[in-house]
Design a protein around this ligand. Structure first.
Ligand SMILES: Nc1ncnc2c1ncn2[C@@H]1O[C@H](COP(=O)(O)OP(=O)(O)O)[C@@H](O)[C@H]1O
Ligand SMILES: [Mg+2]
Length: 264
């Protein structure tokens, strides 16, 4: 199962990714969670203790490793370096395990467009492709509001892209943009997940105003989410309503992928 989680900043991508990761882990599945946000905070959402967080280093910041693998120092523009460096050992070497979830931090690199081709971008692109080709039981990608980490070659391996939205028109507008970007690279298995939904009106709004993307489920707004953050406890442990919503979403995802197999 390979899921990519996208959406505008602040909508709840990291909260959802952590919930899904810990739900799958509680079901006994091996989970690899990848924090691809330029400012990583999935470790916090998963409740990684300080001593484990200290061991986490974003791949994009590993200058020596990048130089060793690509043949050029990060920051180099032009010159020669390999654009498909060896990366197969990286998930095992640099991910940190906590409560059944292995976490890998990608770090920040300008990946967008065709313009930037630097050693660190080559490294991350290759690593993303590798992650999608691998056979992890569950792979969760906590991404940025876009699809720049994915390419045409990899979209077939994404079982579903979840676009997190709040019940506002502006948020749905972002979802429409993400859908366009996804369609451009041939990714069609796109689903909305509503978050911070306060009442039935807001849930209805999402159901009726979705920009042609099926709604997979909703997570309620709950002040205990912020409380969990303050107390440094995973939302999975602290907010039963959100944990149950995440479980329901996983059930839906399982149904969808079962249906796919029937159609095939
Ligand atoms: N269902 C919710 N109810 C209340 N607050 C939430 C909910 N989901 C997320 N939040 C809060 O919204 C903020 C952004 O969430 P986060 O998951 O970090 O978003 P993103 O990863 O999309 O930037 C955080 O302060 C988080 O605690
Ligand atoms: Mg985030």
């Amino acid at each position: 199962m390979k899921l990519a989680i996208t959406g505008k900043g602040g909508v709840g991508k990291t909260t959802l990714t952590a919930l899904l990761a810990q739900t799958y882990a509680a079901q006994g599945r091996d989970v690899l969670a990848v924090d691809a946000d330029p400012s990583p905070c999935l470790a916090g959402a998963l409740g990684f203790p300080d001593e484990l967080r200290a061991q986490l280093h974003p791949i994009a910041e590993m200058d020596e490793l990048i130089e060793e693998r690509t043949g050029a120092k990060p920051g180099t523009v032009g010159g020669f370096f390999t654009i498909n460096p060896r990366v197969d050992d990286i998930p095992e070497r640099f991910s940190i395990l906590h409560r059944g979830v292995r976490l890998l931090e990608m770090g920040s690199v300008e990946l967008g467009g065709s313009g930037c081709i630097c050693p660190e971008a080559a490294m991350l692109k290759t690593l993303f492709t590798h992650l999608l080709f691998r056979n992890d039981e569950v792979l969760l990608l906590d991404m940025y509001a876009g699809v720049e980490h994915l390419g045409r070659a990899t979209v077939d391996f994404v079982d579903a892209m979840l676009v997190v939205v709040e019940p506002t028109r502006r948020s749905l507008g972002t979802a429409t943009q993400i859908k366009k970007l996804a369609n451009d690279i041939g990714l069609s298995r796109l689903y909305l997940v509503g978050n911070k939904v306060r009442n039935d009106d807001e849930a209805k709004f999402l159901e009726t105003e979705t920009p042609d993307i099926p709604l997979l489920g909703c997570l309620p707004a709950d002040l205990k989410v912020q409380e969990a953050d303050r107390l440094n406890i995973p939302v999975y442990d602290h907010v039963p309503a959100l944990r149950e919503s995440a479980q329901a979403i996983i059930q839906k995802i399982n149904q969808l992928t079962d249906d796919d197999e029937v159609i095939l």
